[in-house]
Design a protein around this ligand. Structure first.
Ligand SMILES: C[C@H](O)[C@H](O)[C@H]1CNC2=NC(N)=NC(=O)C2=N1
Length: 112
């Protein structure tokens, strides 16, 4: 099976069902433990802490660039020493593989 982090997001404009919970759990198992499935299986979320605001900003920008490259966009909230990221697929009001692909790319970034 191809590594999730090596995959590319597929454009999603609706018309497909969201992942069911069992499928979401299988993909979630490929992510770092920092990710939680939330909102009754409709989103995944993480919170990452940093020592400085400069690191928060650098990381937030990197996540935003992943969104641009993949054309798949998370909700990002950031503060002095933390960044919260929530992924879901707006077009289907639930999870798609795209959400897990982007999360895996963030895991890869944090492992560097
Ligand atoms: C065609 C393109 O893939 C869609 O408009 C994208 C853009 N980014 C998106 N991001 C997210 N998180 N969900 C979407 O449904 C979505 N739709």
């Amino acid at each position: 099976m191809a590594q999730l982090s090596e995959k590319k997001c597929v454009p999603c404009e609706g018309g497909v069902p969201p992942l069911d919970l069992a499928a979401a759990i299988r993909l979630h198992e490929q992510l770092n433990e920092r990710w939680k499935i939330v909102d009754q299986g409709r989103a995944i979320e993480t919170k990452i802490e940093f020592r400085t605001y400069a690191r928060v900003l650098a990381f937030t920008n990197a996540v935003a660039w992943i969104a641009i490259q993949e054309d798949h966009h998370p909700l990002i909230e950031f503060g002095y020493q933390e960044v919260r990221i929530r992924y879901w697929t707006h077009a289907i009001d639930g999870l798609s593989e795209n959400d897990f692909i982007c999360a895996a790319k963030i895991d890869r970034l944090l492992a560097e």
